[in-house]
Design a protein around this ligand. Structure first.
Ligand SMILES: Nc1ncnc2c1ncn2[C@@H]1O[C@H](COP(=O)(O)OP(=O)(O)OP(=O)(O)O)[C@@H](O)[C@H]1O
Ligand code: SF4
Ligand SMILES: [Mg+2]
Length: 358
């Protein structure tokens, strides 16, 4: 049994401006100790999917309109709030892009870590302090004893992210959700923090959902990747397979828009033309159609479901854990993947068709 099984998750925001169709039937599984990347452009629903599973959607606008979130055999969407509060931090922890949103600026690191540990564990203050010291050492804070009485703003960006990781791992959660954990940091520090996160998760057997808009970040960090677009998972594969043979035009676009180690000298990066759709309109057909160089007529009318890409290819199961699945009516061939274009000249992005408003 998977540690986490999300099925057909639907999230909407009801705003003065209309309904935002933020997550439109997302399903995926995560095994114990596994690391899954969730990748896609800004606004595609990565954070909202995870806030929904933690039941932390901003209120009153955010609603879960359907689906199941089975964690350790229990549907989190049916738990009462006090059980859910108990589970957060202890069983599922989250690290955010900006640690200042999670760290309390007016408490020292010792105060907030001791408080977190004592809220969930029956330990004395001195035991909680000893654990805090151990955790700060584990995440590589130099002279942790001397830093216990520091406030969050007294740490550099990279060190604050390490404190966040220490806090997240304090209660040895089974699942750690890291939402763009390093984008605010410079590239070298990013690599160090990600390496630390990855090593500690492996040592503790913690499953990780790593959210990022940057495919480069997840390459060395994850076993599997879900690519999201407009509130849908459009491609799901092992990391190796996704890079070796992407099958969704959007993934192909993403891969050609990031620098690659194997690029030929002078090979240009190719941005994806056009912009993501406005999620205040009910999706009609494939949401990538206006930007897609592979689109066919059917794409404007029907959204394809996420299916195994190749019946001859060995598939683990046909459910959400199938090895490689894509939601596409006209997947690129391997030659087209390399060229990043279908072999038909003159493609121009189109305006989306008139859609049903909310
Ligand atoms: N509080 C809110 N009210 C209304 N709409 C919201 C709210 N929060 C998020 N949304 C919308 O939900 C959609 C998904 O947002 P989400 O934050 O999950 O994107 P994301 O993939 O995490 O993007 P980013 O990479 O920028 O963090 C977006 O269209 C966003 O505008
Ligand atoms: S379904 Fe059609 S429009 Fe959507 S990605 Fe596939 S080919 Fe492109
Ligand atoms: Mg986000």
């Amino acid at each position: 049994m998977s540690l986490l099984s999300i099925r057909d998750l639907v999230v909407r925001f009801r705003t003065h401006d209309g309904t935002v169709f933020a997550v439109n039937g997302v399903s995926f599984d995560l095994d114990e100790g596994e690391t899954l990347g969730l990748v896609g452009e800004s606004g595609c629903g990565k954070s909202v999917t995870n806030l929904a599973l933690m039941r932390l959607l901003p209120l009153p606008a955010g609603h879960i309109d359907g689906g199941k979130v089975i964690f350790n055999g229990e549907d989190l969407l049916t738990l009462d709030e006090s059980d859910m509060r108990d589970l957060r931090g202890k069983e599922i922890a989250m690290i955010f892009q900006d640690p200042m949103t999670s760290l309390n600026p007016v408490l020292t690191v010792q105060e907030q870590m001791v408080e977190t540990i004592q809220a969930h564990r029956r330990v004395s203050k001195s035991e909680a302090r000893a654990r805090t010291l151990e955790l700060l050492g584990m995440v590589g804070i130099p002279q942790p004893e001397a830093r216990l009485k520091n406030f969050p703003h007294q740490f550099s960006g990279g060190m604050r992210q390490r404190v966040m990781i220490a806090m997240a791992l304090a209660l040895e959660p089974k699942l750690l959700i890291a939402d763009e954990p390093t984008t605010a940091l410079d590239v070298t520090i990013q690599a160090q923090v990600l390496e630390l996160l990855s090593r500690l998760a492996a040592e503790h057997g913690t499953a990780v959902i790593l959210i990022t808009h940057d495919l480069g970040v997840v390459a060395g960090m994850t076993q599997r990747i879900n690519v999201m677009y407009a509130g849908y998972v459009v491609e799901a594969a092992t990391t190796k397979d996704l890079f070796a043979r992407p099958r969704h035009p959007y993934t192909v676009g993403l891969l050609h828009s990031i620098p690659r180690l194997d690029a030929q000298p002078g090979e240009p990066l190719i941005p994806i033309e056009g912009a993501p759709p406005d999620l205040r309109f009910a999706p009609l057909g494939c949401p990538f159609a206006p930007r897609c160089a592979w689109r066919v007529d059917r794409c404007w009318k029907e959204m394809p479901s996420l299916e195994p890409i190749d019946p001859s290819y060995e598939v683990v199961t046909t459910g959400p854990q199938a090895t490689h699945r894509a939601a596409c009516w006209n997947p690129p061939t391997s030659g087209e993947v390399v060229a990043a274009r279908p072999l038909r000249p003159g493609f121009e992005p189109a305006a989306p068709p008139a859609q049903v408003g909310s």
